[in-house]
Unconditional design. Structure first.
Length: 152
């Protein structure tokens, strides 16, 4: 069973959305995958995902049940097979703390879908359109990840 970790800054908007989207899509595809999310900072540890992320995700049928923010742990680098950063800043932060032997596991999530933006923008300070854009980008990259995992 593959293990996938999605990472953003506070683990309340983008990475929980990626976790919720990918859980549903992987289940529908018949993949057995362990899925989690985390943040590079601990500011929101123990908090549920942002209410706007959940509102927009639930409209598309995604469940955020049981999700609570947590910070990336050192053990995550060994445990997870794939660690996906939502943006370049979080990618740098992850690689700075990741042991050399596990750095091959860490990459930008949108590189899977070939999206020219390369980064999932942080919707926290924006309006509804930002949360919808996050969902679109995450859905596209999740589709690509499912294809990759099925062919592996």
């Amino acid at each position: 069973m593959k293990k996938v970790l999605f990472v953003c800054l506070g683990n309340i908007c983008r990475s929980p959305t990626a976790e919720a989207v990918f859980k549903k899509m992987a289940k529908e595809a018949g993949l057995k995958v362990e899925i989690d999310s985390a943040g590079t900072i601990a500011t929101h540890t123990g908090e549920a995902p942002d209410s706007r992320s959940m509102e927009h995700g639930k409209k598309r049928g995604y469940s955020f049940h049981g999700q609570f923010s947590r910070k990336v742990k050192q053990s995550d680098f060994q445990y997870f097979d794939h660690i996906f950063a939502m943006d370049k800043s979080n990618l740098r932060d992850l690689l700075a703390q990741c042991p050399q032997e596990f750095q091959h596991k860490v990459q930008l999530f949108l590189t899977l879908s070939g999206d020219p933006e390369q980064e999932v923008p942080d919707p926290y300070y924006g309006g509804d359109a930002g949360f919808e854009r996050v969902l679109e980008l995450v859905e596209n990259a999740s589709t690509a990840l499912i294809t990759q995992l099925k062919s592996a």
